[in-house]
Design a protein around this ligand. Structure first.
Ligand SMILES: *Cc1c(COP(=O)(O)O)cnc(C)c1O
Length: 376
C-alpha cells in the first residue's frame, strides 16, 4: 500500500528530476544540500514548534527569532520582517491592512496575476500603469505620477522584475514618486529577493515582498515580507484576545518545513546574491546565442535578469506539421535531457538561466539547433 502510493507520486512528480532545469518557476527554488537535510529533519508536522512560547517569529530553537528579527531585515534592507506563505500572501497581507473595499491601487501592467486576485479579495479597484507593448513591454514608472493625481490611490505596487519578460523597471524612481505623494509603495520582488541584490531602503519602498520557493532555494510554500517600522503596528497588529498572535498571519504562518528549508538555505542565498553580475552576463550571452538561431528575445535589451522570454515562430511553424503538435518541442528537449519551456508552447516561452551553468546552456543551444535542423 505504502509502496504503491509512493510509486504513483514518484512517477507523477519526478519525471524531470536530473534534467538540465531552465524552468523559470523552479530555478531559484532548487534546494541546497543543507535544505535537503532540513527537509527530512523537519518533515513532521509542526516540527519547528517544539520550543514555541506563542509566537513563531520568537522561536529560539530552531533560530527563527534571529532569522526573522535580525538576518532577514538586514538582507531585505527593511526595519521589520516576517515570514508568510508566499509572495501573494505577503501582498494580500499588506493591501488588506492598508486599504478598504472600494479603494484604488495603482500597479504596473506587467503585474503578476496574484496581485490582481489579492486586490480583488480585498475589494479594490486596480489601475494599471501601461507598458510600451511589443517587443520590450517596458514600464515607464513616471506614469505612476499622473495616475496618483488622477485616482488618489491607497497603495502603489511595482513588480520587480515582472514574471513574464524579466524586465526591471526603475524601482528607485518609483520610490521617489511614492514618497513625494505620500503613497505607500510595495515592491514585489518575487523574482528578485534571493537572486539579485535588492534593498528596500535603497529603493525607497515601504514594503518588500519575496518568494521562498521561487527565489530563495526553499521547499515552501513560503515568502518573506519586509516593511518600514511605521507599518509594523498596522500590518502586524495582534488579536485582542491573543496578544501574541498577528491577525493578518492568522497567528502563525510557515510552521514547519517551509521555514526550516528557508533558514537552511539562507547562508547560500546571501552568498549567491553577490554573484549576480555573473548571472546577468550568462543570461545576456544565452540570449544572444538564441537570437543567432533565429529566435527573438522579447522584453528589455540588454537584458538584466535571468528570466528570458523568447518568441520562437520557427518552432510554431514546425508544430503545425507534426503529429505531437505543440508538444513536439517539449518532447525533443526532454529526450535531450532538458526541462524548461512550458509543455505545449512553441510560439513563445519563458526560460531561466539561473540554475544552469554555461556548459549546460551550451547543451540547450546545441539541442535547439539540432531540433531546428531535424525538422527543416
Ligand atoms: C511567482 C510570482 C508571484 C507569486 O509567488 P508566490 O510566492 O508563489 O505567491 C508573485 N509575483 C511574481 C512577479 C511572480 O513571478
Amino acid at each position: 500500500m505504502k509502496d504503491k502510493a509512493l510509486q504513483r507520486l514518484t512517477h507523477l512528480h519526478r519525471e524531470h528530476k536530473g534534467l538540465i532545469n531552465i524552468m523559470p518557476l523552479q530555478t531559484g527554488g532548487l534546494l541546497t544540500e543543507a535544505a535537503k537535510e532540513a527537509l527530512i529533519e523537519f518533515g513532521d508536522g509542526y516540527s519547528v514548534c517544539d520550543f514555541c512560547l506563542g509566537r513563531l517569529s520568537d522561536i529560539a530553537k530552531p533560530p527563527a527569532k534571529e532569522f526573522v528579527h535580525d538576518l532577514l531585515p538586514q538582507f531585505l534592507g527593511s526595519d521589520v520582517a516576517t515570514v508568510v506563505h508566499g509572495a501573494r500572501e505577503a501582498i494580500f497581507t499588506v493591501i488588506h491592512s492598508l486599504a478598504q473595499p472600494g479603494d484604488t491601487i495603482v500597479v504596473d501592467s506587467n503585474r503578476h496575476y496574484t496581485t490582481v486576485v489579492a486586490a480583488e479579495r480585498v475589494g479594490l479597484n486596480i489601475v494599471e500603469v501601461p507598458h510600451s507593448g511589443y517587443p520590450e513591454f517596458k514600464v515607464d514608472v513616471d506614469r505612476y505620477e499622473d495616475l496618483i493625481q488622477q485616482y488618489d490611490p491607497r497603495l502603489l505596487l511595482l513588480t520587480y522584475p515582472d514574471g513574464s519578460y524579466g524586465n526591471l523597471p526603475d524601482a528607485q524612481r518609483t520610490g521617489e514618486i511614492a514618497q513625494a505623494h505620500g503613497v505607500p509603495y510595495i515592491l514585489n520582488g518575487a523574482y528578485a529577493v534571493g537572486r539579485m541584490p535588492v534593498k528596500m531602503d535603497e529603493i525607497g519602498a515601504d514594503f518588500i515582498v519575496g518568494s521562498g520557493h521561487k527565489s530563495m532555494a526553499s521547499a515552501g510554500p513560503c515568502g518573506v515580507l519586509g516593511m518600514k517600522k511605521k507599518w509594523e503596528e498596522r500590518v502586524l497588529r495582534t488579536s485582542k484576545s491573543y496578544k501574541n498572535k498577528e491577525i493578518e498571519l492568522l497567528g502563525c504562518t510557515v510552521r514547519g518545513v517551509p521555514l526550516a528549508t528557508l533558514m537552511a538555505s539562507f547562508p547560500d542565498v546571501i552568498e549567491r546574491v553577490c554573484h549576480w553580475g555573473e548571472q546577468v552576463a550568462k543570461a545576456q550571452w544565452f540570449s544572444a546565442e538564441m537570437e543567432k538561431l533565429g529566435f527573438k528575445q522579447l522584453g528589455e535589451k540588454p537584458h538584466l535578469h535571468d528570466l528570458l522570454y523568447f518568441e520562437t515562430l520557427q518552432l510554431y511553424e514546425i508544430s503545425q506539421h507534426v503529429r505531437e503538435r505543440g508538444y513536439f518541442f517539449y518532447k525533443e528537449l526532454k529526450n535531450r535531457g532538458i526541462w524548461g519551456p512550458q509543455p505545449g508552447l512553441t510560439k513563445a516561452f519563458k526560460v531561466s538561466t539561473f540554475a544552469a551553468d554555461r556548459q549546460q546552456l551550451t547543451s540547450v543551444l546545441d539541442s535547439c539547433k539540432a531540433i531546428l535542423r531535424k525538422y527543416s
